[in-house]
Design a protein. Structure first.
Length: 316
């Protein structure tokens, strides 16, 4: 129990601050950002569904894949990003683990490297396709944050890398491991590509909160590069057009009910986009919290649409 004299002494500056030499477990968890794990885990699940293969007897593979996509590969990317963004975060979000000092020294880098190695070890369980996808995802993650590539310096390339890693690779991996490592069918490839492209716009939403620091440190995120209003317009178009293509494709593939369901979800997003465009900086987080749910729901509906064709071995 700290008494009144100790408090007064601390206020007077006579008590030296405690030197942190290693992070707490809660700080490590904060660095790995569990809230960001959902998109790749969901995409992996969509891949599992779209494969048309029953999960009975394959639950160990499914669980391993979900863990690899989120708590391992995605978490590795978050740790690497926070380490190489520590100077930008000191401006934008000084309370994050590294700039706040709660993650002292080079611990942020050590965690990123350790999690990357752990991800690769776990990926070996999923066979050549799963391991290869993990390697590709981790390469994109490090290229996004670390020099010499540091793809995030260019919002066009950086957001594309994230979209591919979080959505496309995870979806294709889920489908491939369920069918024994074979190449997923054409419909799966097309849907994974379209939803990866749409995720580019989702990634842009995350950049509105850091536009000031990005400008001051020379990071060319789309809000910093194009201005907040034009970047918001680009983000909405990039999110909406691939989904419109999915609606048309599902209808052409003979899945009218699924097509209508995705169309309804898209219309809900368009209504929300109108409100977002009126005040992008203030409403980017609001749109991310609500609108993205409609986006990912469309992903799952699309996966179920092609599941029946895949399970019957219909040629694409």
């Amino acid at each position: 129990m700290i008494n009144a004299e100790e408090i007064a002494s601390a206020r007077a500056g006579s008590v030296k601050p405690v030197l942190i030499t290693r992070p707490s477990l809660s700080t490590v968890a904060e660095l790995l950002k569990p809230i960001t794990w959902f998109p790749p885990m969901w995409a992996f699940g969509c891949g599992v569904v779209s494969s048309g293969v029953a999960v009975e007897g394959k639950w160990p593979i499914v669980i391993t894949g979900v863990v690899l996509a989120g708590p391992l590969v995605c978490a590795s990317s978050q740790a690497a990003n926070d380490w190489y963004d520590r100077f930008v975060d000191a401006i934008n979000e000084p309370n994050r683990p590294i700039p706040s000092g709660r993650m002292p020294g080079s611990w942020g880098l050590y965690v990123a490297i350790a999690w990357t190695i752990l991800s690769l070890l776990v990926a070996t369980v999923l066979g050549p396709w799963g391991f290869g996808a993990a390697v590709a995802g981790l390469v994109l993650a490090w290229a996004y944050s670390a020099p010499p590539f540091r793809l995030k310096q260019n919002g066009w390339w950086g957001n594309l890398a994230c979209g591919i890693s979080y959505e496309g690779l995870a979806w294709l991996t889920g489908a491939a491991v369920m069918v024994g490592g074979a190449m997923p069918d054409a419909r799966t490839l097309v849907l994974a590509a379209l939803y990866s492209l749409g995720a580019h716009g989702i990634m842009t939403l995350n950049d509105f909160k850091s536009v000031d620091g990005d400008r001051r440190t020379g990071i060319g995120s789309l809000p910093a590069r194009l201005g907040v209003n034009r970047a918001a317009q680009v983000a909405c178009v990039v999110m909406a057009v691939p989904q419109a293509a999915v609606v048309a494709l599902l209808l052409a593939w003979g899945h009218p009910l699924h097509s209508v369901a995705v169309a309804v979800l898209l219309l809900l997003q368009l209504a929300m986009m109108r409100r977002f465009l009126a005040s992008p900086v203030e409403r980017a987080i609001w749109y991310s919290a609500i609108g993205i749910n409609f986006y990912v729901s469309g992903m799952l509906i699309s996966a179920f649409a092609i599941r029946s064709a895949a399970s019957l071995g219909v040629s694409t």
